[in-house]
Design a protein around this ligand. Structure first.
Ligand code: SF4
Length: 220
């Protein structure tokens, strides 16, 4: 009997155990990447370098290029009763056709909640599709930014900005800050800053915060 391989994986250390995710190889599927994000990308290191993970990401990329990708994804989400999907722990919306397949999935699965961080807002043909995604009630869209990209302008309705800080002296902006590991222990000024992802703070780590029990990026 043929084995059906799942498009979605379930959970990881950061997401917790209840959030599904679909992933692609980082960098080659990230046309909007900056030099800053590529230089610190977690998805080019560690377990992402193992043969098993690379094989899976490559398989996912092939699936994503199929004209049936959205149909297969919708069918899997419905069959499994999936409630929350992080689109791309690694990888990004690499072109307009692929982004449009996800737009179709979002529209056809109104019960599920989808969220993503993307730098493809910097890619002219993908940006309008992202703006359509952000209009949907079941989608939480985050545009990723850093000192190199600056803030997205204009920012489509419903989109929030996730800022990557890689140097302690960097300015930060947007609605949420992720910090590169070496600077996570450096103090932040107390006022006027966006929220810091709690998985990167000592208090959040003591409280065992993960995306499932935090919810800031996908519930709010
Ligand atoms: S703010 Fe909360 S939901 Fe967002 S990435 Fe951090 S832990 Fe996850």
């Amino acid at each position: 009997m043929a084995t059906l391989r799942s498009l979605l994986a379930l959970g990881n250390t950061k997401l917790g155990q209840a959030i599904h995710h679909f992933d692609l190889e980082a960098v080659e599927t990230c046309p909007g990447r900056s030099r800053v994000c590529e230089s610190v990308c977690y998805a080019t290191r560690g377990r992402f370098h193992t043969g098993l993970v690379r094989n899976r990401l490559n398989w996912c990329l092939q699936q994503s290029r199929s004209q049936d990708f959205a149909d297969h994804m919708v069918s899997e989400i419905r069959r499994k009763g999936v409630l929350v999907v992080r689109v791309h722990v690694s990888g990004d919306f690499y072109d307009a056709d692929y982004a449009t397949q996800w737009l179709s999935v979002f529209r056809r699965c109104p019960v599920a909640r989808f969220y993503f961080y993307t730098r493809s807002w910097r890619v002219e043909e993908v940006a309008p599709v992202l703006a359509q995604m952000a209009e949907l009630d079941n989608v939480r869209a985050w545009f990723s930014a850093d000192v190199e990209t600056g803030l997205p302008d204009p920012l489509p309705e419903g989109v929030r900005v996730a800022w990557l800080q890689t140097e302690a002296a960097d300015l930060v902006a947007g609605h949420l800050v992720f910090r590169d590991r070496p600077i996570r222990q450096t103090p932040l000024p107390r006022f006027g800053l966006p929220m810091l992802c709690p998985t990167e703070t000592p208090v959040g780590q003591r409280r065992k915060v993960n995306c499932g029990n935090c919810g800031h990026c996908w519930k709010a």
